[in-house]
Write a protein that binds this ligand. Structure first.
Ligand code: UTP
Length: 408
């Protein structure tokens, strides 16, 4: 883009303050800032101030889950099917670790967080141990793809190196970076984080497959013959990864995707519920449902919308490729965004001061024609670490780990 085009574009979108900043830069700085501006999707920036998109929901219907009792009856069959697929190299795992973990308030990758009490127990280490439970049983390794972002990639890789990949073979671990998105103030003006750089942050966890394609990681998936990807969050330390019973049940169901779900603790629990929307699987938040829907019960007296997702999904790779270019909703989220002011001072706000734009993996489910809803027991498989204390915290996760016999 020529300098004139750059200036015209910024003017057109009311970003004159960026032009001023640009003019003060040397050639290298100008080039860097121009490259960032060129990548901006202005249709997304224009959503600032319009709130999170109030999606018009379609017709909601319950989606029954494969419940624990049923899974237990067929455990041996599912496990054999799953282990066979793993041994045939058809299953890969994707660790979503590009987030910034702002609620936990630790700088750097969340996976580096030490949750140990009498010894060091890092989140990444716990996840690798969980995966190793499966690979020990299968007698082979599962490729692990780790999504990072510009903000934490180098530190994440350095940590894995330093810890010798926690005993997992290095050639089965591939890192890739997700895309970044700009942040704006409440009036839609782009924030800057340095004199030559916009304030960029990871664009949410929904763009992971697109990022795999653009970074070339998809080629590795193809070369290895991986047919299914198990996507999971960094912060659930009880996460079962490449769980052969889940893989086997999904294969057996004939579905093209699967989602681990837990039974809701109460009707209004703040958890995305897996149901059907216009006949396709969909994840709907409690605040998007009417009270009548939330409280509706089936013939057994159970809540009809009773199962919430825990960010552990299985997706068929060929289907992911088909939907890769499909448009996903952009969520406009109020956040605390560090920035530099006109004087060049770094400001770290105490309260939200603008918007970030995010794609979410939960919106992906609706792009699949079907999804196996697979129930797991919360206390065995769901210990998310979002906060330092209280709900979904380091404290609650520690208690659950100890309940599951993990020494801390
Ligand atoms: P969260 O929604 O909890 O976000 O991520 P976060 O960034 O980790 O934490 P907060 O909201 O700032 O406190 C759920 C999962 O999605 C990943 C996270 O790393 C976590 O595994 N994620 C999130 C990404 O990989 N990229 C993103 O841009 C956002």
């Amino acid at each position: 883009m020529s300098e004139k085009e750059l200036i015209d574009r910024l003017e057109e979108h009311g970003q004159e303050h960026i032009i001023e900043a640009y003019k003060k830069l040397d050639a290298a700085g100008k080039e860097k800032l121009a490259a960032q501006v060129e990548k901006i999707d202005w249709s997304i920036v224009a959503m600032a101030g319009h709130g999170d998109l109030a999606q018009e929901r379609g017709k909601l219907e319950p989606l029954s889950a494969l419940e624990v009792s049923e899974i237990e009856k067929n455990r041996a069959k599912y496990e054999t099917l799953g282990l066979d697929a793993i041994r045939a190299g058809k299953v890969g795992a994707v660790l979503l670790a590009g987030g910034q973990g702002t609620r936990l308030g630790s700088d750097g990758p969340k996976g580096k967080y030490n949750i140990g009490l009498t010894k060091e127990v890092f989140i990444f280490e716990r996840l690798i141990r969980n995966l190793s439970d499966v690979t020990d049983k299968a007698g082979c390794y599962v490729p692990l793809y780790v999504m990072t972002s510009d903000k934490n990639n180098d530190e994440t890789i350095a940590f894995f190196e330093e810890k010798n990949y926690f005993g997992y073979p290095k050639d089965y671990v591939l890192f890739f970076k997700q895309e970044m998105a700009p942040s704006v103030d409440f009036n839609g003006k782009l924030y800057m984080e340095a004199p030559d750089s916009l304030s960029l942050s990871p664009n949410g966890n929904g763009g992971w497959f697109y990022s795999m394609a653009v970074t070339g990681v998809l080629k590795d998936i193809k070369a290895r013959g991986v047919e299914w990807l198990n996507i999971f969050a960094v912060d659930n330390v009880l996460q079962r990864i490449a769980d052969p019973v889940f893989v086997g049940a999904t294969l057996d169901s004939g579905c093209v995707s699967g989602a681990k779900v837990v039974r809701k603790a109460e009707p209004m629990e703040k958890i995305g519920v897996l149901c059907l929307e216009d006949g396709r699987p969909s994840i709907v938040e409690y605040y998007e449902m009417t009270e009548e829907i939330i409280n509706s019960r089936n013939a057994d007296g159970e809540l009809s919308y009773n199962f919430g997702v825990i960010l552990n999904y299985l997706f068929r790779v060929d289907k992911l490729e088909e939907i890769m270019s499909a448009k996903m909703p952009v969520h406009v989220v109020e956040k605390k965004i560090p920035y530099i002011n006109e004087k060049g001072e770094v400001i770290k706000p105490e309260t939200p001061n603008g918007y970030k734009f995010e794609l979410l993996v939960l919106d992906m489910i609706h792009l699949f024609e079907n999804c196996l809803s697979y129930e797991v027991v919360r206390d065995y498989e769901f210990a998310p670490i979002k906060n330092k204390t209280g709900v979904d915290s380091v404290d609650s996760a520690r208690a659950l780990l100890q309940k599951n016999g993990v020494a801390l």
